[in-house]
Design a protein around this ligand. Structure first.
Ligand code: 5MM
Length: 338
């Protein structure tokens, strides 16, 4: 498959992406919330249980892994990338080295990881990865994001994407405007507009083949502490409007991050977006918490109860698969959960 075909397969109708690329620090937080010790064997057990779920085949087009995970052999026999491929999904890898304080604007971050990236990509390709992910993070406040943060992160994303396409892998471009704060939905719309504009400006300068990319953006939603809540219809309309105005048509797929929304909110909003979707983009999910929160709870109750963990994961995967077609409903949510 060439990169344009891979990008389409990752976002195929009814399917989305499982973001299981939590770095050791992030998975530590997730495990702490369920009182599980952050040991390599526990991380492997949780992740291989998800990757071996029956829901993978119908609803998951790709899985984003962390460096440790892509190199692990499952206790079920195959390596982790083999296990994912066996279930019909494409293995991918997070290649950034995290968001670090931005010199000159230290309350903001710049995502690092470009040094030595060409060599790391070769290693990941040989391990079976066919797509990659790099996440830039922008916070909203009275003075942020700064022009410095918008420009430097877009530049890094474009340099990353160029290296990834050089080795024939698909770069997921993830510019995440955080939902933390009291800002309203309009502010999120404006900031996301500026961020996306600068990203596509840099991607053009770096001669990226947009048909071989996937965008992983935030939805347009009010800040988590904003007093004015928005309906799913408003979120869907504003999100689609922002994408139509700022994302070139050549981009084949858009896979949202859940960004701290609850599992149900993330499904409901994605569904609403796809009910309206009047664009040429395949619009789907690339959720971490939005796909794993319930399964993680089950893992916390009993790490060996594979059935319950997989049931929880299969349910969320199915619900989001429906949302990616605009076919989710509250009733199906309850029926399928029961
Ligand atoms: C799964 O979490 C990813 C890794 O985060 P760290 O590098 O900070 O450990 C994260 O990039 C994730 O892919 C996206 O934020 C989407 O996840 P959510 O939970 O927002 O859907």
């Amino acid at each position: 498959m060439n990169i344009e075909e891979i990008a389409k397969k990752m976002c195929a109708k009814g399917k989305g992406i499982l973001a299981a690329d939590e770095s050791t620090g992030t998975i530590a937080k997730r495990f702490k919330s369920i009182n599980v010790e952050n040991l390599e064997k526990n991380r492997l057990n949780f992740r291989q249980t998800l990757f071996n779920s029956s829901g993978m085949k119908d609803y998951i087009g790709g899985v984003i892994l962390f460096d440790e995970t892509i190199k692990q052999k499952s206790t079920l026999g195959p390596t982790i990338p083999e296990l994912i491929s066996k279930h019909g999904a494409i293995p991918g890898i997070k290649v950034d080295k995290g968001a670090k304080p931005l010199a000159g604007s230290k309350e903001e971050t710049i995502t690092e990881g470009l040094d030595g990236l060409r060599e790391r990509l070769k290693e990941y390709y040989d391990l079976g990865a066919r797509f990659t992910k790099w996440r830039a993070v922008y916070k909203i406040s009275d003075k942020y994001p700064s022009v410095q943060s918008i420009k430097s992160n877009a530049h890094a994303l474009a340099r990353y994407a160029a290296l990834v396409q050089e080795i024939q892998m698909v770069p997921i471009i993830e510019p995440e405007v955080l939902m933390d704060g009291t800002h309203d939905i309009q502010k999120c719309y404006q900031v996301t507009t500026n961020v996306l504009n600068e990203c596509y400006n840099e991607l053009e300068i770096h001669k990226i083949n947009l048909k071989g990319t996937v965008l992983k953006p935030n939805m347009i939603i009010p800040g988590s502490e904003c007093k004015n809540k928005s309906s799913p219809e408003e979120i869907a309309n504003k999100t689609l409007d922002c994408l139509k105005k700022n994302v070139p048509n050549k981009v084949p797929g858009i896979a949202f991050l859940s960004g701290g929304q609850s599992e149900i909110e993330a499904s409901k909003n994605l569904n609403e977006i796809n009910k309206i979707n009047d664009t040429s983009f395949l619009i789907t999910f690339s959720y971490g918490r939005g796909l794993q929160a319930s399964a993680l709870k089950e893992f916390g109750k009993d790490q060996q109860n594979t059935d319950n963990i997989q049931k929880a994961f299969n349910h969320r995967a199915k619900m989001n698969g429906l949302s990616s077609k605009g076919k989710w409903s509250e009733n199906l949510e309850k029926e399928s959960a029961a």
